[in-house]
Write a protein that binds this ligand. Structure first.
Ligand code: NAD
Length: 379
């Protein structure tokens, strides 16, 4: 029997992406996979039902049957807690799981004897690059953040020499030069802004400079394991604050992207710093969901403080749903390559390095230690 892959419509508020796009469905179907899509699943990202049918998927309006009859269920967000009970034991679920915020769902997945893979746990190794959904979505988010900022900014970004006078280019500051930050730099440069960026990882400097931006240097290197940042010492934090405060005061647009995996986002922009910013300046806090890089950020809203607009978007990729879905879908296609073997059979041993690292729950057991501990504490 062919492997049955199911794609339900996303139901989280504001989520417009879809896990599979028709182009990838067609490839999977050609490879012998049976794909079922909930009717309307692609509507929010402009992939009509007919395109899925033309790609070889079957459509269903029976969401419960889709959950119950799929071998692999693909999502963007974790499945709704109440619907997990519809899964058969050993069903594989693949999506972003946001484990620390979805403990109840994870407990249900465990109790349902399902296997759940969390894409945020993928190791950042070369072989996993094609599956790296965090990176693909951060790329889209970094682009969108700059566009959001430019719309709220009362100034032009590019330098203009016109009969009506000369306009100086806007100053854009990017805090955190990982995947999203680098895309934000490139986008702000394309719009004509003068861009500065800062990251605690010194290795980011070369990438920042190669995009034509200035790298703000602090005499520390906080590269931790796996290419991620480590937490700073108190003294390092004080040095950082002084340098960041000066740069923030000069900026017309500040995009913050700083994150430390598994921890609250570092506070980089304080209330005092905002008070010293130019009137009309804009901050886009891309770390809003993980606690915020700016003290005044309100996740999911826009606030005006001391003449500064502070945006705290929590799902920027969903604002560019067509391409965010296309990239995410390619990531899932690559990941499915690990779950379905060359004979088209479902893999039952998850001992591949990438599968083992991203396996959150299986056979009634939570495999990811921090989530297991959090669940234990929540009992
Ligand atoms: P992230 O979202 O966890 O964090 C964003 C950035 O914030 C990082 O660059 C981090 O160094 C920075 N940061 C943390 N604390 C900071 C502070 N106090 N001040 C300023 N900046 C701070 O990171 P990410 O974008 O997902 O990428 C992290 C790393 O992983 C990068 O080195 C990236 O190149 C690497 N990466 C590797 C692969 C791969 O090899 N397959 C794929 C993607 C990313």
């Amino acid at each position: 029997m062919p492997v049955r892959v199911g794609v339900p419509k996303e139901v989280v508020d504001g989520e417009r992406r879809v896990a599979l796009v028709p182009e990838v469905v067609q490839k999977l179907v050609k490879g012998g996979v049976e794909v079922r899509i909930e009717a309307g699943a692609g509507a929010g990202s402009y992939y009509p039902d007919e395109a899925y049918e033309a790609a070889g998927a079957s459509l269903t309006t029976d969401r419960r049957a889709l959950f119950a009859e799929s071998d692999i269920l693909l999502g963007v967000q974790a499945p709704p807690t109440a619907e997990v009970a519809w899964l058969r034991p050993a069903t594989i679920v693949v999506s972003f799981m946001n484990p620390s915020r979805n403990l109840a769902t994870i407990a249900k997945l465990r109790d349902a004897q399902a296997s759940a893979f969390a894409l945020e746990l993928l190791p950042r190794i070369t072989r996993a690059q094609g599956m790296d959904a965090l990176s693909s979505q951060a790329t889209v988010a970094g682009y969108r953040a700059v566009l959001e900022a430019s719309v709220h900014c009362p100034r032009l970004l590019p330098m203009l020499t016109t009969a009506a006078g000369t306009i100086r280019p806007a100053k854009v500051l990017i805090l955190g030069a990982g995947v999203a930050g680098l895309m934000a730099i490139a986008t702000a440069r394309r719009l004509g802004g003068v861009v500065e960026a800062y990251d605690v990882r010194r290795a980011a400097g070369e990438q920042v400079r190669s995009l034509g931006a200035k790298f703000l240097e602090l005499q520390i290197n906080a590269e931790g394991t796996g290419g991620y940042a480590r937490e700073l010492t108190d003294e390092e934090k004080a040095q950082e604050r002084t340098m960041v405060a000066e740069a923030v005061a000069q900026a017309d647009i500040v995009i913050t992207t700083a994150n430390v995996p598994g921890r609250k986002a570092p506070r980089l922009v304080s209330r005092e710093m905002v008070e010293k910013m130019k009137p009309g300046a804009v901050i886009v806090d891309m770390a809003a969901e993980s606690g915020g890089n700016c003290e005044l950020t309100k996740p999911g809203s826009a606030v005006l403080e001391h003449g500064v607009t502070i945006l705290g978007p929590t799902n920027l990729p969903s604002e560019i749903p067509f391409h965010a879905s296309a990239m995410y879908s390619k990531n899932l296609q690559a990941f499915l390559g690990l779950l379905i073997d060359a004979d088209g059979k479902l893999v039952t041993k998850f001992d591949d390095e990438i599968l083992a690292a991203s396996l959150l729950v299986t056979a009634g057991e939570v495999r990811h230690a921090p989530t297991r501990e959090a669940l234990g504490a929540a009992k």
